[in-house]
Design a binder for this molecule. Sequence first.
Ligand code: RNT
Ligand code: ZN
Length: 419
Amino acid sequence: MKDNRYDVARQTYAMLGVDTEAVIEQLSTIPISIHCWQGDDVGGFERPDATLGGGGIQVTGNYPGKARTIEELRQDIDKVLELVPGPHRINIHASYGEFGGEFVDRDKIEEKHFAGWVKWAKERGLGIDFNGTYFSHPLADDGYTLASKDCKVRQFWIEHAKRCRRIAAWIGKEMGSPCILDTWVPDGAKDFTVDKIGYRRLLKESLDEIFAIPYSREHMRDAIETKLFGIGSEAFVVGSHEFYMNYAAYNDKMLCIDMGHFHTAEDVSDKLSSILLFQDEVLLHVSRPMRWDSDHVVLFNDDVLHVAQEVVRSGKLENVHIGLDFFDASINRIGAWATGIRSMRKALLFALLEPHAKLVEYEENGNGYAKMALLEAQKTLPFSEVWREFCDKYNAPDDLKLIDEVLSYEEKTLKGRNK
Ligand code: RNT
Ligand code: ZN
C-alpha cells in the first residue's frame, strides 16, 4: 500500500521532470544543526540551578520534564534523534560544558570541558557547532559585554570569546569537520542611547582583538549574529544588521541570520541572495518570530519555506549552514524539538522538489501566469508521500506516529523527573 502511494508520487513528480529519488539522496547530504538549548530552556549546566537570565531573550512556560543534567539532556537528544530523519550536527553553548561540579567562570573554560560532548557526538556521527555564552551572568547584567565601557568587563568577555574560538578549533579538529562558532552578544539598551557610535566602536575593537588570532578554516569558522532588538534592548542593539554586515564584509567573517531578528513584516529569505553574492557562506538560525518573541518552535510555514527555496534556488546549498534557534518551555520539549527540526527538513524537501528549470523558463519568457500557476500547483502535489519515504529511509516515524512516540516518552521518562 505505502510503496504504491510513493510510486504514484514519484511518477507525478517525474512528469514535471523532478526525480524524487535523486532529491531524497540530496536531502540526505544536508545536515541540520540541532541547538542543544531547547531541552533545558537555555539554562546550561554551570551551576546546579542554572537558568536563563537577561540578555534580551526569554523562555516562557514551565512544562514538566525539563532536563536537569547533561545526562538527561543527552538522553533527550538521543530520543529526538530517533524522531528526526536525515543527518545532523549538535550545536552547543559554552554554558553546557562539563565542569565536574566545580564552578568554572566563562573566562576560564577550556577544551577539556567539552571533551565529553566530542566523545558523545563522535559515537553518534554528529558534527558539533559552538556558541559563546554572553548572558545569564552577573557581568552581563547591565546589558553590555563586548561593548561595555567598563574595561574590566570588556576584557572578561574578550577572554571568553578567545577561549571559545580556541575550543571551537579544537572541536573541529577532533571531529574532522569545521566547527561553526556563532558569536551573539546581547549588548544594547532599553531606552534612547546617546553614544551609539561609542558602543559600536568598542564592539568593533573587541572583535578585532578576538579575531586577530588565526585558525584554520578546516577546524573552525566564525559567524557573527545580527539583531534588531531584544527584550530590554528595544531602543538600541549594538550588533545591528548594518554593523555586522559591514564587519563581516570587511573582515571576511560569516553572518548569522536569525529569522527572529528582524521586523516581523520583513522577508528574511530575500536577504540571502544578496548576502551570498558577496560572501562565501552564511549561518542560519531558523526560528519563528511572533510579536515580541523571536524564538517560537519552527513550523513548516511560508517564511521557512521561502528561506529553504532561496537556499536551493540560488544554488548555494553547500554554502549555507542550517542551524535552528528556538525554545519553548510551555509544551513537551522533546516534541517541540522534533517538530521544529522536521519542519525545517520538510521545507528543504519541498524546495528540492521544485521544477526549478521550468519555472525559470516561464519567468524568462515573460509567462508570469504559467509561473504563478505552476508554483500554485506544487502545493497540492503528493509531497507527503515523498516526506514519508524520507522518514522511512531513516526509520523515523511519520507525522502522526511522531505524536504517539513523544507522548510515550513523556509517560516513560519525562514524568519521572521532578519539576
Ligand atoms: C538571541 C540569539 C542567540 C540565542 C542563542 C541561545 O537572540 O538568537 O542565537 O538565541 O545563543
Ligand atoms: Zn539566534
